[in-house]
Design a protein around this ligand. Sequence first.
Ligand SMILES: *[C@@H]1O[C@H](CO)[C@@H](O)[C@H](O)[C@H]1NC(C)=O
Ligand SMILES: *[C@@H]1O[C@H](CO)[C@@H](O)[C@H](O)[C@H]1NC(C)=O
Ligand SMILES: *[C@@H]1O[C@H](CO)[C@@H](O)[C@H](O)[C@H]1NC(C)=O
Ligand SMILES: *[C@@H]1O[C@H](CO)[C@@H](O)[C@H](O)[C@H]1NC(C)=O
Ligand SMILES: *[C@@H]1O[C@H](CO)[C@@H](O)[C@H](O)[C@H]1NC(C)=O
Ligand SMILES: *[C@@H]1O[C@H](CO)[C@@H](O)[C@H](O)[C@H]1NC(C)=O
Ligand SMILES: *[C@@H]1O[C@H](CO)[C@@H](O)[C@H](O)[C@H]1NC(C)=O
Length: 449
Amino acid sequence: MFNKPSFISSLLLTLALTNSFPGPAFATPAPLIPPTVFESRSSGAGISIPIRKRSGLANSSGVFDVDKARVDVIMTVNKHRRNMMNYLSTQGSLPAGYELEPLLTLPVNLVETLTGPNIIERQTVPLTDENNGELWDGQISIGSNDQKFIIDFDTGSSDLWVPSINCTASTCSSKHKYDPSASSSSEEQDGSFNIQYGDGSTVSGSIYTDGVTIAGISVTGQHFAAVTNLSNSVAQTSFDGILGMGYSTLSNLGAPTFFETAVKQGVVASPEFSFFLSANGSELYLGGTNSQLYTGDIEFHDVNTSPGYWKISGGSVGVPSNASVVSGIDTVVDSGTTLIYGPPNDVKNLWAAVPGAAAYDAEPGFYTYPCNQTLGVSFSWGGKNWSIPDEHMSTGFADGSGQKCVGAIIGQNIFGSSSPTWLVGDTFMKGVYSVFNLGNNQLGFAQLA
Ligand SMILES: *[C@@H]1O[C@H](CO)[C@@H](O)[C@H](O)[C@H]1NC(C)=O
Ligand SMILES: *[C@@H]1O[C@H](CO)[C@@H](O)[C@H](O)[C@H]1NC(C)=O
Ligand SMILES: *[C@@H]1O[C@H](CO)[C@@H](O)[C@H](O)[C@H]1NC(C)=O
Ligand SMILES: *[C@@H]1O[C@H](CO)[C@@H](O)[C@H](O)[C@H]1NC(C)=O
Ligand SMILES: *[C@@H]1O[C@H](CO)[C@@H](O)[C@H](O)[C@H]1NC(C)=O
Ligand SMILES: *[C@@H]1O[C@H](CO)[C@@H](O)[C@H](O)[C@H]1NC(C)=O
Ligand SMILES: *[C@@H]1O[C@H](CO)[C@@H](O)[C@H](O)[C@H]1NC(C)=O
């Protein structure tokens, strides 16, 4: 057990010793953009950015890969731990009810898996794998000379970072790298950016401002980090870097996100962006919604912005025989997370309502169920039932026999054991059109067309 006050002060000390934040950002929280700047412009429609999917948690025979899943869980826990540490450093305390999960580290055998010859096989997983959606990426350009990067658009974090030209490690060999000397609009900023990964490596980088363009939407003076090494697990992914779309209270740089900057500079049609994640034709829409991709009304819910996430409350999760097996939950919607994570007891109760489901003995927190079982899991926030199509609920066969599937809802605390917050990733987002409105801080879902 941690003694909380001394744990937090030692954490702050650690942060102060190891992270050199941009000075003013450390002392004064970056203010959220006041709502008054969100006047809609008459320039009309927004712009869609095609995004690609990456490989999932199953191998090419469709069998659940325990190693990949373990890496995914560790990366997810550590990502949100980092968010909370960023929040702590910019806001002075953790959000109410949230706790830091311990940093998870990759077991030695997994580090070997990630660095061994296997890495080659894993790196060549096609970007357009149609069977196992994992993450989604798209292209942006940075600088006066349009340096191109493949980016993971992440509503669950709030910094933009890409590899630096200084990254000469093999982990960067397949990545695009930012070269500030090639961009006349690049300006180096004070401080440095730090990420500690689950494999024990720490990655740091210089901070820059430069122009950033996504599908014709250009902002100037965007803060981002150019990192000088990558962890092995990030090295294997198909993206170069991450563009955070959460609130800037979670930013390590203590700076507005790309979308906050775009709204402030008046370069998007409206202060809203939307995700359509599918096996084919996925897109991020900046500046509104793409009405061709959904039908009916958008069901909006107020976002509780205080923890810096796209978080809505009053949720319940159920199955056809019991619409609210779990109720009264907070949910963070995170496009940068593959699966759905809930507090272990909630998730245990949910799977107990699925006939034939059982804890998966190979990996704690995971469950198996008969592949031919109808699931009908749905989330509700007091309006419609937003159901997860059964085909999105399987992450792969539990074994070669193809009888049991491993489910995509995992029992794992992400925000501390006393927080009833669920982390809702692509497994849910693939079944709905999701709309993130920064103008009135609302998150909405609509039925796919
Ligand atoms: C997938 O994993 C299963 C179980 O580990 C294994 O039997 C099978 O050979 C693997 N398939 C491929 C193509 O690697
Ligand atoms: C590269 O390294 C130099 C010297 O440490 C540093 O000043 C510069 O900011 C780095 N450039 C990038 C793009 O990270
Ligand atoms: C880069 O990171 C990898 C993975 O953590 C590590 O093995 C390697 O030594 C690092 N390289 C440098 C130059 O820091
Ligand atoms: C994906 O979309 C493209 C273009 O619309 C189409 O040519 C292709 O057949 C589609 N693939 C699948 C698997 O639906
Ligand atoms: C949601 O689903 C449950 C169980 O399937 C059903 O009882 C309930 O009426 C549904 N609610 C709505 C609003 O459709
Ligand atoms: C639904 O599940 C919850 C939690 O297990 C339980 O308390 C409740 O009684 C169940 N409702 C029905 C109608 O079975
Ligand atoms: C699912 O498959 C099992 C084993 O093949 C079979 O016994 C069971 O009847 C099937 N259930 C459904 C709902 O089809």
